[in-house]
Structure formats: structure tokens, C-alpha cells
Write a protein that binds this ligand. Structure first.
Ligand code: C2E
Ligand code: CA
Ligand code: CA
Length: 732
């Protein structure tokens, strides 16, 4: 202990300090320490600037394939150049400057970087002091350098974490092991509206996290309690969609994640809870779900949700051996109300009707709107068919009664009734589509049975509809294969005693040779839309025939063509007629169209528009089957009509039937009032004809004069009758 370590103060200090125990240190102690310490220690001779001592091989320590001792001075120089960072202190200063500073300060602390052979820069906290060697009096710099790369990395991670914590859009709170909030980020305060003082030091449960969402506190001493934390405690992490609470008490949808950090003893140390406000996307999702599954007008489940629910219920019934019922409802007079009172009133009626339906079933039963004025009700499963059938009948009766009550549609009162078909699982079908089809069939039978009633499905109904289906298929084929013919029936004109108007009537020559009545196939053709093609064909065919007859000089002045609802609503109709009239060079005033009252009343706005277009072409309009439909005198006045055709049913009891007499008289008087021609149809006897002529009818049609005939028969017939008419005139 002779020499001194030169210190800042300049005071001399013993080289070997006494131990804290008061004992002398063993002589080899320092050597041992220097060799085992993880830090790098080396000394540099300040005169020669050579490395004098190093506790590690300074090159191979950093992975380089070179050991200091055997390297040449040149190699050493090069290696130092590679390993030291340009901007670190030794490289920055000249040796003289460095020594001056060391003299001045006594100690220099700095961070030095060494480059490892893998290219990575390792950070070392280095301390440099000056020492005069005891042994040879050499002037030495002693460097002690400690690897701080790991700590720096941790520091960096921490700084990054702090940044994320501060700037995250998700609310984050940090809890201690007693689940007390120790830290919250700005986003959490923004989302919830709380102040940090409201939260710090308290459990967030009941403040930010609702009690009943299953969130329970944990206590590090008692261990985890069940709840949202459970999964996190088990797996270290959990994520759930739940709720959060704002400072004003409102709830918000939150995607809540919990991360559990444990110490080395596996004790819970910290909980990190993040809350993402997903209210907006949730409500959006909810709205989309609602749109997809609920009817916008009535808010009832729609067809899709109905199918889901029925499917679900049938599975449940299958598991428990239950029977369930399906009601299929169709409002009876809805279309008429919609047409006469307008769509707004129609919508209102549907809304009220849906309310009445839901009010009359139990909460667990489903009422759905299938389309337009069609609804379905699922009566949930019960243990026996009898039970569920009784429930279904009970519900159906209640609904029939409730829907009969007047509907107040803002100003006007309306009345509807409903036809209901019922099918029962599993007897009437094991699948939802089968049940639905059979309930629909039963509903159809309820309509047939006079509406305003309910019918249980029976297998016979299906036989009927199978027949219906077969018929429908053969009608499709008939249109494709052109199995139609046109018959013509003349009308007798009272004024000039001739048969110069003919009506074209459609016939279906079935492949089995029989002739099918239009009364049988036209309603179906209407339903399926086939009537459009059939009608186009008939119009073309009969106008062509009419032109033929005109060119042959046959005494026919006028052709009457029947139109049904679908045809009349078809926007190509007017164009077609106009084209054909030109093509066949037919004077428009020699063609008339017969429309029934139901065609006219189907959509009065369409009727008016189409009639005006037809009239503009120059053709005439006749109301067919007059007296059998809804007669509104208004439209007689407003629409461009030329004639009324008294329905044959009023004619058949003439001249005796008192009521029909009255009706026919009124029709004729009405026609006179509106300056319309009147044609009587179904005239079979001379008495009927005489009676109608005396009343003032302008023309008559019926078997008395001629039945419907194929074109060539009519030609012969007209030639003969023309002759006989002339004969009669001569003899009269
Ligand atoms: P409609 O227009 O009222 O035709 C008169 C129906 O009465 C015809 O039946 C005709 O054969 C029948 N008839 C004629 N004279 C007498 C008679 O003296 N006594 C009796 N009892 N009946 C008589 P058809 O030909 O079977 O036609 C039935 C209905 O089918 C027609 O009634 C018409 O509404 C519809 N129809 C016929 N052809 C067409 C068509 O080409 N297009 C459209 N849309 N409907 C048509
Ligand atoms: Ca007719
Ligand atoms: Ca008729």
C-alpha cells in the first residue's frame, strides 16, 4: 500500500481497502474478482497507448475470429477500427484531449458501443479512471465496461409501451393484484367520461364494468373468483363482447380484453384491461340484422326469420316427440281496399292487422309476414296432436273474430276478413316446406269455402292440388305447342236484323281430343301469367281472320275481343293492337274490346291510362258481364266506354223472373242515360229476345242466333243466314 490511486481531490488512498469485517483481504482477491466479474476490465498504457491488461480477450469476447495476444499490431489496429463506434468518446477526442479531461475530471463515464461479429452494436456503460502502476510506475487508464444492451432494450420497450398507452384509441386501465385501478389512459377517460380521480385506487367493477356481465373482482390472496376474469386468470388473456358504463350511467358496447401478468412465483401482479367502444358498429350490425330478419312495415319477423324459427321448432318437436301447428293466413279483401283507399291506407291496415295477430297468440308463438297480405303463425309444440290442433283452432277463431272488427284508417273505416289454413307437424309434413305448402293449400280451400273461415289440411286437398299442378303443366305445354283454336260467335243487331258482329272466344284443343272451356283454363292462365302469350296469339289470330273475311267480302262489320286483367295491364298491348290494325289494314272502329268489371276495377289508374290509349287508336270498349261485379257508377261516367253487355245470368230467367227483370231494366236505363249501347248475352229463347228488344237493347248474342263456331263453320253459317235474312225481308 505504497502507491496512490490518483483521484480528483489529489488525495492518496490505499490500493487495498480494508474489508467491512475488518479482516485483511487475501492477496489474490483482486485477481480473482477481476477474472470472474462479468464486466470488461482493461488497462491501457497512456504513453504507448497499448493494451496492458484485459480480463477477457477483447476481440474474441465479441465473437471475432482473432485473439488479441497473437494478432500483429496492424491487425489489432484494424480490429479496433472495426469494433469501436465512430461517434463514441474515444474516437471523438484526440488522446491529448481525452487525457486532459481525465486529469480534470478524474473519472469519465460514458456509453461505449462495441460491434459484435454478427454486426450488432452492443452498448456498454464504461468508466475510465487513471492509475499509476505500483509495479513499474506506468501511467495507465483503467476501463471498466458493463453490458447494458438488455437494460436499454427494456427501457426502449417501456418507452414504447408508454406511448401506446397514451395514444391508444382503446381505453386501457392497469389494475394491481387487488384489482384496484392504478393507472388509466386518456382514451379510457374519453370513452367513459370519468375523471381519473373517480377510478384510481378503486375496483372498476360497478363503476366502469357492470356487475352482471359476470365480472367479479379477484383477490390475490383468495385466488380467482368466477366471472369474466376467470378465463383471463386461467389462460393469461380473455376477450369478450360485453358492456361498459359511462359516467352518466349509460351503457356502451365494449370489446373488453383482460391480460394477466404474474410474477416469477406465479402470483397475479397486474391486470391490464382494455375496452374498445364498439357501440357504433354494434348498432349498425343490429340494424342490418333487423333489416334482414324483420319486415320493415309491420316489424314482424319476415320470411327468412320465419323459416329459421320453424326449422328450429321442428327440431325441438322431433327431440321431444311434440306436435306443432302452422297457420297460413291471407286477408280476404285486402286488394280491393288497397286499390280503392290507396297504399298508405293499405299499409296502415296491414300494421293494425299484424298487431291484432300478435295480440292473439302467446308470446312464444311466432307471427310472421310472408309477403303482401300473407301471414304465418307457428303454434309451438305440445305433447299431442289433439292439443295442438285445439290450440290452433282456438287461435284461428280468435283471429277471425278480431279481424272482423272495423279498421280505422285515418278517416275511413274498412272491413276485412281472413282465410286461414292449418297444417300440423308431423302428420301433415315433417319438413318446414311441406308444412308450409300444406297450410297454404288448406288456406286456399278456406277461400274456396267462402272466405272468412279456417280449414285444417287433409290429404284429399293435396290430391286436388296435384291435379291442379298437372293441369298447370299441360297448360304450359299447350302454350308452347299452340294447342289453341279460336271460335267465333255472332251478335244479332236488332236495328238492321243482321249478324254482323262476331266475338272471338278461345278454345283449348287438349291432346286427348277434348275441347277445354276457357272458364277452366283462363283463371289459371291469369295466375301463371300465361294469359299474356295466349292473349297475344288470340288477338293476332282473330284480327288476321277478320282481315281474311273482309277481303273475302263476308258480311262481318265488327270483331269483339275479350281481355283479362293481366293482359290489360301489359304495356305491350296497345302497341300490339296498333301494329296489327295497320298490318292487316283494319279500320280501328270495327274492333271492340270486352272487359269485365273486375278488369276495370283492378287498378283504376292503369285502366284509365290504357283505355285512353286504346280509344286514341279508335277502337271501342265494351263492359262484359255487366251487373255481376262491383258496379261503381262513377267509372261509367268517367271512362271512355261505348257499350254494356248484360250478363247471361240475368237473361236466363227472363221474361218471367221479376228480380232479373228489374236488374235488366235498370241496366238498360243506365246505358241510355250514359248514351251507351246495350248488348244482351246468353239469349236462348225467342221470348227472351223479344223482351230485350222491347226494353231497348241494341243487340243480342246467344244460342238462339248462333253458338260459338270455328271460322269455316261461321263462314258457311253467315252465308246461309244472310240469304235467309234477305228472304225474310222479301217475304215481310
Ligand atoms: P264471355 O265473354 O261472357 O263469353 C260468353 C260465354 O257464353 C262463352 O263461353 C259462350 O260460349 C257462352 N255462350 C254464348 N251463347 C250462350 C247462350 O246462349 N247460353 C249460354 N249459357 N252460354 C252462351 P266460353 O266461350 O266458354 O267463354 C267463357 C268465358 O271465357 C268468356 O265469357 C270470357 O270471359 C272468357 N274468354 C273466352 N275467350 C277469351 C279470350 O280470348 N280472352 C279472354 N281474356 N277471355 C276469354
Ligand atoms: Ca265476352
Ligand atoms: Ca259474358
Amino acid at each position: 500500500m505504497v502507491d496512490n490511486n490518483k483521484q480528483r481531490t489529489g488525495e492518496d488512498k490505499p490500493l487495498l481497502p480494508r474489508s467491512a469485517t475488518g479482516q485483511e483481504l487475501p492477496a489474490d482477491f483482486l485477481l480473482h474478482v477481476v477474472e470472474t466479474i462479468p464486466d470488461l476490465i482493461f488497462t491501457i498504457n497512456l504513453e504507448t497507448l497499448e493494451l496492458v491488461y484485459s480480463n477477457r480477450d477483447i476481440f474474441s469476447h465479441f465473437g471475432w475470429d482473432l485473439d488479441y495476444a497473437s494478432a500483429s499490431p496492424k491487425q489489432r489496429n484494424e480490429q479496433w477500427g472495426k469494433m469501436l463506434h465512430q461517434s463514441d468518446f474515444t474516437a471523438m477526442r484526440s488522446t491529448a484531449e481525452f487525457l486532459a479531461e481525465l486529469d480534470r475530471e478524474g473519472t469519465i463515464d460514458d456509453v461505449v458501443r462495441f460491434k459484435a461479429s454478427n454486426g450488432q452494436w452492443l452498448h456498454y456503460q464504461a468508466r475510465c479512471t487513471r492509475l499509476r502502476s505500483v509495479s513499474d510506475g506506468a501511467d495507465l487508464a483503467v476501463l471498466v465496461a458493463r453490458d447494458i444492451s438488455e437494460r436499454r432494450k427494456l427501457d426502449k420497450d417501456q418507452r414504447m409501451a408508454a406511448k401506446v398507452f397514451e395514444n391508444s384509441d382503446d381505453g386501457i386501465m392497469i389494475l394491481d393484484a387487488q384489482s384496484r385501478v392504478v393507472q388509466v389512459n386518456p382514451a379510457l377517460l374519453k370513452i367513459t367520461g370519468f375523471d381519473d380521480v373517480d377510478l384510481l385506487g378503486r375496483s372498476p367493477i360497478g363503476i366502469i364494468l357492470p356487475h352482471e356481465s359476470g365480472v367479479l373482482g379477484i383477490d390475490a390472496t383468495t385466488g380467482p373468483e368466477p366471472g369474466l376474469f376467470n378465463e383471463a386468470l386461467k389462460n393469461g388473456f380473455s376477450q369478450n363482447e360485453g358492456f361498459g358504463i359511462r359516467s352518466n350511467g349509460d351503457r356502451f358496447h365494449s370489446l373488453t380484453s383482460i391480460t394477466v401478468l404474474r410474477d416469477s412465483d406465479e402470483c397475479v401482479q397486474t391486470l391490464i384491461i382494455t375496452m374498445r367502444d364498439i357501440t357504433e358498429s354494434k348498432t349498425h350490425e343490429e340494424r342490418i340484422r333487423h333489416l334482414a330478419y324483420y319486415d320493415a312495415l309491420t316489424r314482424l319477423p319476415n320470411r327468412t326469420l320465419f323459416h329459421d324459427r320453424l326449422e328450429h321448432e321442428l327440431q325441438r318437436c322431433e327431440r321431444h316427440d311434440y306436435c306443432a301447428a302452422l297457420l297460413f293466413l291471407d286477408l280476404d279483401q285486402f286488394k280491393a281496399i288497397n286499390d280503392s283507399l290507396g297504399h298508405a291506407a293499405g299499409d296502415r291496415l296491414l300494421k293494425i292487422a299484424s298487431e291484432r295477430l300478435t295480440d292473439n297468440v302467446r308470446g312464444e308463438d311466432t307471427v310472421a309476414r310472408m309477403s303482401g297480405d300473407e301471414f304465418t303463425i307457428i303454434i309451438n309444440g305440445q305433447s299431442s296432436r289433439d292439443h295442438v290442433a285445439a290450440s290452433a283452432a282456438h287461435v284461428a277463431r280468435k283471429i277471425l273474430r278480431e279481424l272482423c272488427e272495423p279498421f280505422n284508417l285515418e278517416g275511413s273505416e274498412a272491413f276485412v276478413s281472413v282465410s286461414i289454413g292449418i297444417s300440423i307437424y308431423p302428420d301433415d309434413g315433417r319438413t318446414s316446406s311441406m308444412l308450409l305448402r300444406n297450410a297454404d293449400t288448406a288456406m286456399y280451400f278456406a277461400k274456396e269455402a267462402g272466405k272468412n273461415n279456417f280449414q285444417f289440411y287433409t290429404p284429399e286437398m293435396n290430391a286436388h292440388s296435384a291435379e291442379q299442378l298437372a293441369f298447370q303443366n299441360s297448360l304450359h305445354k299447350a302454350v308452347a305447342d299452340q294447342e289453341f283454336e279460336v271460335y267465333y260467335q255472332p251478335q244479332y243487331d236488332y236495328k238492321n236484323g243482321s249478324l254482323r258482329t262476331v266475338e272471338s272466344l278461345l278454345r283449348w284443343r287438349h291432346p286427348d281430343g277434348s275441347l277445354v272451356s276457357p272458364l277452366r283454363f283462363i283463371p289459371l292462365a291469369e295466375q301463371t301469367g300465361l294469359i299474356i302469350r295466349m292473349g297475344e296469339w288470340l288477338i293476332e289470330r282473330s284480327l288476321w281472320q277478320f282481315a281474311e273475311w273482309r277481303s273475302m267480302g263476308l258480311p262481318i262489320d265488327r270483331l269483339a275481343i275479350n281481355l283479362s286483367t293481366r293482359q290489360f295491364g301489359d304495356d305491350k298491348l296497345v302497341h300490339l293492337v296498333s301494329r296489327l290494325l295497320q298490318q292487316y289494314d283494319i279500320p280501328p272502329n270495327s274492333v271492340e274490346f270486352e272487359l269485365t268489371e273486375s278488369v276495370i276495377m283492378a287498378d283504376i289508374a292503369v285502366t284509365r291510362a290504357v283505355l285512353e290509349e286504346l280509344k286514341a287508336l279508335g277502337v271501342s270498349i265494351v263492359i262484359d258481364d255487366f251487373g255481376t261485379g262491383y258496379s261503381s257508377l262513377n267509372y261509367l261516367k268517367e271512362l271512355p266506354i261505348d257499350a254494356l253487355k248484360i250478363d247471361g245470368s240475368f237473361v236466363s230467367s227472363l221474361p218471367g223472373g221479376r228480380e232479373d227483370q228489374q236488374i235488366v231494366k235498370v241496366i238498360v236505363a243506365l246505358a241510355e242515360g250514359f248514351d251507351l249501347r246495350v248488348i244482351a248475352e246468353g239469349v236462348e229463347t225467342a221470348e227472351q229476345s223479344e223482351y230485350l228488344e222491347n226494353l231497348g237493347c241494341s243487340a243480342a248474342q246467344g244460342y238462339l242466333f248462333a253458338g260459338p263456331k270455328p271460322a269455316f263453320e261461321l263462314e258457311q253459317f253467315l252465308r246461309l243466314s244472310d240469304l235467309s235474312a234477305n228472304d225474310q225481308k222479301h217475304s215481310a
